[in-house]
Design a protein around this ligand. Sequence first.
Ligand code: FMN
Length: 365
Amino acid sequence: MSATFGTRFRLTIFGESHGPAIGMVIDGLPAGMPIDEDAVAQDMARRAPGNDPTATARREADRVRIVSGLLSGRATGAPLCGVIENTNVRPADYAQLSSLMRPGHADYAGHVKFRGYNDPRGGGAFSGRLTAPLVFAGSVARQLLAPMGVEIGAHIAAIAGVEDARFDPVRVDGERLRALRNLRFPLLDPSVEAAMRAAVQEARNAQDSVGGVIECAATGVRAGVGDPFFDSVESVTAHLLFSIPAIKAVEFGDGFGLAALRGSEANDPLRLREDRVVAASNHNGGVTGGITDGMPVLLRVAVKPTPSIAREQQTVDVAAMREATLRVQGRHDPCIVPRAVPVVESALAVALADLMLCDPFPTDA
Ligand SMILES: Cc1cc2nc3c(=O)[nH]c(=O)nc-3n(C[C@H](O)[C@H](O)[C@H](O)COP(=O)(O)O)c2cc1C
C-alpha cells in the first residue's frame, strides 16, 4: 500500500480510524517558511467530527502535535511530522464488521486486498478520518501559496438534489473564498440551507443517507502552472481528489457539460486588458493543455451518500461464506458533504503547492 503523494511537496499519511493515532509527514517545505499553527487549527476544526447535525456524533478535537520540522514558528527544512490522537474510539461498534461486509464501503475490497489482516474498526485505513492529515497538509500548502497571491475556497453546491448558486466562473472573488472558509455550512445562497438540512434529516429518519456536490475555486494562480500530459493540473488535482473517500466524480470547468456544447460556445474568447491576456468566459475551468491560463481554477466533485446506513441491507458474511443481512451500528455522517468541503480545498491546495514548487518561477519571485 502506498500512502505517499507528490514530487516536491511530498505528503505521506498514516494511521487507522481506531488505532492510537493518525498523522502525516510533509517533505519539501522551504526552510524558514512561517507556519501559523492557529490557522492550521482553524482548518482542522472545520473538518473535525461532532460539530454539526449533518455529521457523525463522534467527537474528536483533531489537535495536531508537531513532532519535527518546526522551530519558533518556522519550517526547519527537516520533514514536518504531525500526530493526531484518536481519542474517541468505540471499537465494539465494529465487532460484526470483520466478517459482515458493508455494501458501498471498502470492507470487501479491503478484505480481499489485505487478506483479512486489515483493521476493520471504523473503516481502518479507509476511514474518512484519514482526511484529517490531508486537511493539515492543505492548510500548510495554503500558507505556502498565500504569498504567491493564491486563494482557495469551496462551498456546498448541492445536497440531495437541493442546489446552491454557482461561482461566477470569470469573477471569483478571493474575499468571498475567505469568507466561505469561516462558515460551518458554506453556501453562496444561504436561503437553501434549510432545505438541505431538512433533506439530511429526512434521510437520517429513514435510516438512510444522502450525497451531494462540492464546488471549489482557486484565484490568483498565474498562467503557466502545470505540464502537458501526466503532470497536468487536472491529472495531479484529480489524483488527490479521487484519493478522498466517497468522491466518485470530478469535473473541471463545465466538465461533462462541455460535451453538449459547440466549439463556438465552449471556447473562451481571449481579450487584452492593458498588457494582460484574459478570457471572457471560463468554460475550461482555468486550465487548457494541462496548464493554467490565469483564469480562476474551477472544479466540482460528486460525493456519494454515506455507505454506512442503519437500514437493513443484503450482504455476505465472509467468515461463514454465506449471504446475510446487516444493520450498520456505530456513529456515521448521514451526509459527508459539509465535512468534505475543507478536504476538497486541501486537495487543490496540495496539488497547486506540488506543481508550483516544481516550477522555479514562484520560489524565485
Ligand atoms: C469526511 C468524511 C467522512 C466520512 N464518514 C463516513 C462515515 O461516517 N461512514 C461511512 O460509512 N463512510 C464515511 N465516509 C466515506 C467512506 O470512507 C468511503 O465511502 C469508503 O471508504 C469507500 O470508499 P469510496 O466511497 O471512495 O469508494 C466518509 C468520508 C469522508 C471524506
